[in-house]
Design a protein around this ligand. Structure first.
Ligand code: FAD
Ligand code: SF4
Ligand code: SF4
Length: 1024
């Protein structure tokens, strides 16, 4: 791993600091290479291995750690969500993570409209608590779901609505902080200050007074300037004054100091009333230049946001079926060519009527600018919300570009005065093409800060191009009297540009401030003061020397093994990317550390992080550990395969393969598939346990068990006789606290009269009346343990007029199976094999099913499943197992029961008469169902039941995740996942139906609430 020079020169005794931290603090201390590796990166291109990591539990832990570090001469780096884009959160230091235990609101003063918080509280969590009081903290950064207030203050972060509310510096009232010598100081109003804070304030004031002409000459006069320290608190230069009354607040000196001056213990924040009403005017431009030129006029109308979305992003959104409709609501004419840019202009306030007047004024203004009829007015709140989501998603799609060239942030937040915005963007675009790249523009047109990231390949010529583009961009910023660092901070990307921005005298003054606060230079060295060169490859995450170890993965990752064209963004043919790990490494490297997986909102990702709050149990932590292992940067000994090592086992242990990251991670990091790779490699190394075999081969032995008289009854005794459960736990590590699925003597398969009626060839089905033929998969779980679900599904399908084929090998009517290795008569998707890493067995089993289904799929016959985890194997893993086109054809027809019925209902073709429900319905979506956007159809279908009033339970994973919740070592985590929201929501509605499609989900609900949850097929059948 690349180690910055300072670490080598410091000769730090890592063992000694770890020993003292363990003895003298109650925090979690980590010194192993994997743990340090997980804290070596932020959302920048940089990487530096920490000396050690501390996750403190108490304020005393932090104080003691700072003291120990000072005594041993070890640098200290405070960390929040680690989402910085410029490398300020990377360093060869003792990294202290505040995000796990310092999340409290300490004091809320509603009269004064202020709140005091701990540094690790996440913005969205704070705002969630404030909402009930009609207040919010308005620095609305895009990373609000994961950015901490400490980190936001560290970076002087800025939100989309900064034109109305200002940056962090405008919204911090006071900071209580530790200095590098361990002393606590209170930084707030200078006039009232005392002690060491006053001494430091006096010192800075002296410097500022001496340098007043320099400050006036060199500090850019724009709102968005975050470079260096805010020496201008004594001679304000910002467009928006730091304080309303012109007073000096010493805490503003610490805002934007990137952990280099003091360690924040608590922060006092200024709150704003939540606006009651919002309207949006979307201006369509046929010329990008015109859009940029118009921003200066639009801001005069007093909007709360003016955000740019350029043509590339609009097109990306239009080409994505989930967003097409929404983005088209923003277009004047969706049949006309896509506009070159749109500006989202938001007005907000206490009353609706004046906002409509503002919208009218916007229309008038745009007409005066020569573009009559170019504004779409949007008053509907949910439409506005959807459109903001599309803007975010567009950025995510851009970031998901495969190949080694990536959109790199280093000039992504330069700020220029609005009157120069059009010329600046035009000239910078020319610079990009000069260096063979291109940038997509978006974000804060209101304040002249447009995000743009040219695509560069840091493993090849990226460093040289980055330097060249930065030099030319800086010349443009100077020409237009802007700020080179306008939002995301300095870090390693822009540290060297501080002296360029301010000149030698102010740079010297900043160094003196640092020395006054931190004489030994221990707080986050190399940031702001004495920064390295931005293109020093020894700090890069992917330096030219970066090498991946060769390996043959179990799945096909060739879609990731590609390179891209930075101009057209087209990717090369699958498998041509030159990855020695056949695409697996490149898939892992898709994680750019943006930290979105740390969010806690309504979606699913990442359940294991939600209950542990540990970096290693987070998608990002897993991806980083895999990347480091695959590039041989970890200390993995005596293990033939890094992929199957204990180090990877540690991070994969709590991954429940929920597939949420596959959908919710902006760059599509698919950890569930990566877990299959790990399991395959790991189990090859250590072998399969008895429990693995019991899980994997369930589809094989289920028919034998159910067919031997009395055997099901005997096996079911385990659920009634506690010592038997204990014995099983002892032998097989299956938790005695869990009930097991109940074996039956009557299964779906031994009701021959039923399934034998449902045997049709593809041709017979295709010729069904009105084309209503479907294939219904009878999966192991529903066939052997809950046959009532299959019977119900058949009833519903029959009522709706379908002819149903049920795949079964005894009547293999489509084609003869190519495999003769199995004696089982039932087809299976191979899910249980994948759950324990038996990829070859899964391929064999799933291959047979695909063979059987392909002729049906080729006739466009829908393939319906009841169990989401089984059905979605056809849409997901089946596509990376080398089955070729036939798997793609099958996947296109595969859908859940509710998906086909809901789409038929939408098309007005569903003939199903349903009785009224006597009680309301609560619906819990299976994680895989959520990952494949198949929850909405379930709700739409349930709405067809009169009086059902279906409500979605907002929950993450139920915690069962196949066999995970049955495993003795995971039972507690499994229960915690369920208790986060699923089980409490069900308990709150004692009189409702609970509907859940997943067999494990139903089990968790039954175990945790003693309530029966039913499959959607059953509730539909019950209302026929
Ligand atoms: C996709 C994406 C979108 C983004 N959008 C925005 C945006 O809209 N606006 C914006 O401004 N930024 C944005 N950022 C940058 C980043 O998310 C923000 O700067 C965020 O506020 C950082 O918060 P954090 O908790 O992750 O801080 P970290 O990255 O953990 O830390 C940031 C800095 O603060 C210091 N720090 C942390 N805690 C303390 C403490 N207790 N005491 C002293 N110093 C401390 C750290 O040492 C570091 O220098 C974005 C980043 C990404 C990846
Ligand atoms: S795994 Fe995805 S969401 Fe998490 S940090 Fe990486 S890229 Fe972001
Ligand atoms: S599959 Fe689920 S548990 Fe695993 S990393 Fe992704 S979101 Fe987290």
């Amino acid at each position: 791993m690349n180690k910055p020079l300072e670490l080598k020169e410091l000769m730090i005794d890592q063992a000694q600091i770890a020993k003292r931290l363990r003895q003298e603090t109650s925090g979690e201390v980590m010194t192993d290479s994997a743990s340090r590796g997980r804290y070596a990166t932020d959302a920048s291109i940089y990487q530096a291995l920490p000396v050690a990591v501390l996750v403190p539990k108490t304020a005393e832990d932090i104080a003691t750690a700072i003291q120990i570090a000072a005594e041993l001469g070890v640098p200290v780096l405070p960390r929040g969500g680690g989402t910085s884009q410029c490398g300020q959160t990377t360093g060869a230091a003792l990294v202290i993570d505040n995000s796990k235990y310092f999340r409290n609101i300490l004091d809320l003063d509603l009269d004064k409209g202020s709140v005091e918080v701990e540094p690790g509280i996440v913005l969205d969590h704070l705002n969630h608590s404030l909402k009930q009081h009609g207040l919010w903290y308005p620095v609305d950064v895009s990373t609000g779901g994961q950015a901490t207030i400490g980190g936001m203050a560290g970076n002087n972060s800025c939100g989309s609505r900064s034109i109305a509310y200002g940056n962090m510096v405008h919204n911090v009232l006071g900071i209580n902080a530790w200095l590098a010598n361990g002393q606590i100081a209170e930084f707030d109003q200078y006039a009232n200050s005392s002690g060491v804070a006053k001494q430091l304030g006096d010192f800075v004031k002296g410097l500022a007074n001496t340098l007043q002409p320099e400050i006036e000459a060199h500090f850019p006069k724009v709102l968005r300037r975050v470079a260096g320290y805010n020496l201008d608190i004594f001679h304000p230069q910002s467009e928006l004054p730091y304080t309303q009354d012109g007073s000096v607040n010493l805490s503003h000196l610490l805002v934007g100091s990137e952990g280099t001056l003091a360690y924040f213990k608590s922060l006092k924040l200024k709150l704003s009333p939540l606006p009651k009403h919002k309207v949006l005017g979307i201006v369509n431009f046929a010329s990008f230049y015109k859009a940029m030129d118009s921003a200066q006029h639009i801001v005069k109308l007093g909007p709360t946001a003016v955000e740019l979305v350029d043509r590339t992003m609009i097109d990306l959104a239009r080409s994505n079926p989930s967003f097409t409709k929404t983005i088209e609501t923003a277009l004047i004419d969706h049949t006309a060519p896509t506009p070159e840019a749109i500006l989202l202009v938001e007005f907000s306030g206490e009353a609706h009527a004046p906002l409509l007047e503002k919208l009218a004024a916007l229309q008038e203004l745009i007409a005066d600018l020569g573009l009559p009829g170019s504004v779409v007015s949007m008053s509907d709140t949910s439409m506005q919300k959807n459109l903001w989501e599309v803007r975010k998603a567009g950025l995510n799609i851009m970031m998901s570009l495969k190949g080694d060239g990536k959109p790199v942030s280093f000039i992504e937040d330069c700020a220029v005065p609005l009157e120069s915005l059009a010329d600046y963007t035009q000239e910078l675009t020319e610079v990009f093409s000069k260096y063979g790249t291109r940038g997509t523009w978006y974000a804060h047109a209101s304040v002249g800060t447009l995000h743009v990231r040219p695509i560069l390949d840091m493993r090849r010529d990226g460093a040289q191009k980055m330097r060249a583009v930065a030099e030319e961009a800086s010349a443009l910023v100077r020409k237009y009297k802007g700020a080179y660092s306008g939002e995301h901070g300095d870090g390693l990307s822009r540290g060297e540009w501080i002296s360029w921005q301010f000149g030698p005298k102010i740079t010297q003054a900043l160094a003196e401030i640092k020395h006054a606060f931190d004489p030994k230079g221990l707080f986050n060295p190399g940031k702001i003061i004495n920064p390295p060169k931005m293109d020093d490859v020894s700090y890069f995450r992917f330096p030219p020397s970066y090498k991946v170890i060769p390996l043959q993965p179990a799945l096909d990752w060739s879609a990731w093994n590609v390179q891209n064209n930075p101009i057209t963004e087209e990717t090369s043919a699958h498998g041509t990317g030159g990855d020695p790990a056949m695409g697996l490494a490149k898939a892992v490297e898709m994680c750019n550390n943006n930290g979105h997986c740390r969010k806690f909102d309504t979606e699913v990702m990442c359940p294991s992080y939600r209950v542990t709050r540990d970096e290693k149990h987070l998608t990002r932590g897993r991806a980083n550990t895999l990347r480091l292992a695959l590039s041989n940067q970890l200390d993995i000994k005596d293990e033939s395969s890094p992929l199957g090592s204990d180090t990877i086992k540690e991070v994969m242990e709590l991954c429940v393969s929920c597939k949420a990251c596959r959908r919710e991670c902006p760059t599509g990091v698919d950890m569930a598939k990566m877990k299959i790779e790990f399991l395959s490699a790991y189990k090859k190394r250590v072998g399969h346990s008895l429990r693995d075999l019991a899980v994997a081969y369930l589809p094989k032995y289920a028919s034998t068990i159910s067919s031997i008289p009395l055997l099901p009854v005997i096996l079911n005794l385990r659920n009634r006789i506690a010592p038997l459960a204990k014995l099983q736990e002892w032998i097989m590590d299956i938790s005695a606290q869990r009930s097991l699925p109940i074996w039956k003597t009557q299964t779906f398969w031994n009701q021959k009269a039923i399934h034998q009626q449902h045997q049709f060839t593809p041709e017979q089905l295709a010729q069904s009346d009105h084309g209503k033929g479907v294939v219904l998969l009878a999966d192991t779980f529903n066939a052997y343990f809950e046959d009532e679900n299959l019977i119900a599904a058949l009833k519903v399908l029959k009522a709706a007029g379908y002819r149903v084929h049920i795949p079964h090998k005894s009547k293999n009517v489509s084609r003869k199976s190519s495999s003769n290795t199995t004696c089982s008569k039932e087809f299976c998707c191979g899910r249980t094999y994948l759950a324990v890493g038996m990829v070859d067995k899964a391929k064999e089993t799933l291959g047979e099913l695909i063979d059987h289904l392909a002729p049906y799929a080729e006739q466009n016959i829908p393939i319906i499943g009841l169990e989401p985890s089984c059905l979605f194997t056809l849409k997901d893993e089946a596509l990376v197992m080398g089955f070729g086109e036939r798997a793609v054809t099958v996947s296109q027809q595969a859908q859940l029961l509710e998906e086909i019925l809901a789409s038929e209902a939408k098309a007005g073709k569903l003939q199903l008469t349903l009785k009224s429900s006597t009680k309301p319905v609560l619906f819990h979506g299976h994680c895989h169902q959520k990952s494949f956007d198949a929850v909405t159809p379930a709700l739409e279908l349930l709405k067809l039941i009169p009086n059902a009033e279906p409500k979605l339970i907002e929950s993450s994973c139920c915690g069962m995740a196949g066999s995970f919740g049955y495993e003795a070592e995971h039972i507690e985590v499994s229960k915690q996942m369920a208790e986060m929201s699923l089980l409490p929501s069900i308990r709150k509605s004692p009189d409702s139906w609970v509907v859940a499609d997943g067999t494990s989900c139903r089990h968790q609900i039954a175990d945790g609430t003693q309530r029966e949850a039913v499959h959607i097929a059953r509730i539909l059948a019950a209302h026929l």
